[in-house]
Design a protein around this ligand. Structure first.
Ligand code: SAH
Length: 337
């Protein structure tokens, strides 16, 4: 911009970045889940996932396109089954790095489909369920969500924004007191401390006796239905003895349960249970008068679980190889929360 003074140009170059996300890999086709791997200005890698309209999972309308964004590089919470925390926590994302995931996807869409892009924005729902623990990066997250929510900004209604947490009690309470009606999804994955602790170390710091009241407070303040996410992992949390305590929690919170068959992560021993076991678990929950859904899939590709694309690319780059070629478009429905 030669029409602005030299001094200002130098300052702009020093203090601002226009397009801070570089697209490293894109996977998936138009009607399926599409995954984006981005490189940040410091070289770190993060993922975002674009999910086409499908039956509402978090109480949204159905003609929607949802983007799932990351909030941290890596994760410190070390859930045993999760790829995002395998290499530990690297850093928090800054507000612009969270906002940019939405803008970069919009730009990518506009470049590919100028005609549809002219009709309006692509993304109308946001879920904060990518890499990282959103509530552990609280201030940057709120700053980013306020920009994405603002009429002068992203224009995405607060009720169309849902964030997912592994269960940080103080931050759930803090969020309950914020004015916006963001949706809350809780990664429960175990309905008793014994089972949950085996999967999620964070449960030792915030056991169910503290976590559930914090969610009750959220419900009281927002009046918005909470979603309980419950992974089904063979031999770990899929036995029917988890159903009564899970139903108790769901009733207490008037929550809906999303049952998610586990996506295999390379190098980890966890497996999803057989379909019959998944269906039996769902059926037992319904018998206990819990509103529940089970993600049914035809198959799942191995990069489905968030964080795996990054791990693979980092490993390949360390070995001096080029990252793997993206796999051809598949026909699997959304694999990703
Ligand atoms: N830290 C936040 C958000 C990121 S994880 C949280 O814990 O909720 C988003 C969701 O994906 C969580 O419910 C998480 O438990 C789930 N998840 C992680 N690894 C998975 C896998 N391999 N298969 C299916 N879901 C997985």
């Amino acid at each position: 911009m030669t029409n602005v003074p030299q001094n200002l140009r130098r300052r702009l170059a020093r203090e601002f970045t226009l397009h801070p996300l570089e697209l490293v890999t894109h996977q998936g086709g138009d009607d399926t889940t599409q995954k984006f791997l981005w490189r940040l200005p410091d070289g770190a890698l993060i993922e975002s996932v674009l999910i086409p309209a499908n039956p509402a999972l978090y109480g949204e309308g159905s003609d929607r396109v949802t983007l799932c964004v990351s909030t941290q590089v890596g994760c410190a919470y070390g859930c045993r089954f999760c790829a995002s925390g395998l290499d530990g926590w690297k850093r928090n994302l800054q507000p612009f790095e969270i906002v940019e995931q939405v803008l970069a996807v919009e730009r990518w869409h506009a470049a590919r489909k100028p005609a549809t892009a002219r009709l309006g924005r692509l993304v109308n729902n946001l879920v904060v369920m990518g890499m990282g623990e959103p509530l552990a990066n609280y201030d940057a997250l709120l700053a980013a969500l306020r920009i994405l929510n603002a009429p002068w900004g992203g224009g995405i209604g607060a009720r169309r924004i849902t964030l997912s947490t592994c269960g940080l009690v103080p931050e759930i309470r803090r969020l309950a007191a914020e004015p916006e009606q963001f949706g809350l999804a809780l990664s429960l994955h175990g309905a008793t401390d014994a089972v949950r602790e085996r999967l999620m170390p964070v449960n030792r710091r915030y056991p169910l006796a503290e976590l559930i009241p914090a969610c009750e407070e959220y419900l009281t303040h927002k009046g918005r239905q909470i979603t309980l996410e419950y992974l089904l992992i063979a031999g770990v949390n899929d036995a029917l003895d988890q159903v009564p305590p899970l139903a108790d929690i769901a009733h207490r919170l008037r929550a809906k349960v999303n049952l998610i068959p586990y996506n295999h992560v390379e190098g980890l021993e966890w497996r999803r249970p057989d379909e019959a076991v998944q269906e039996a678990f769902l059926h037992a929950l319904e018998q206990a008068r819990v509103k529940a859904t089970l993600r049914r899939e035809k198959g799942h590709d191995i990069d489905a679980a968030c964080g795996q694309l990054r791990l693979k690319t980092e490993a390949a780059e360390k070995a001096g190889d080029k990252p793997e070629e993206p796999s051809p478009p598949d026909s699997t429905p959304p694999d990703h929360e």
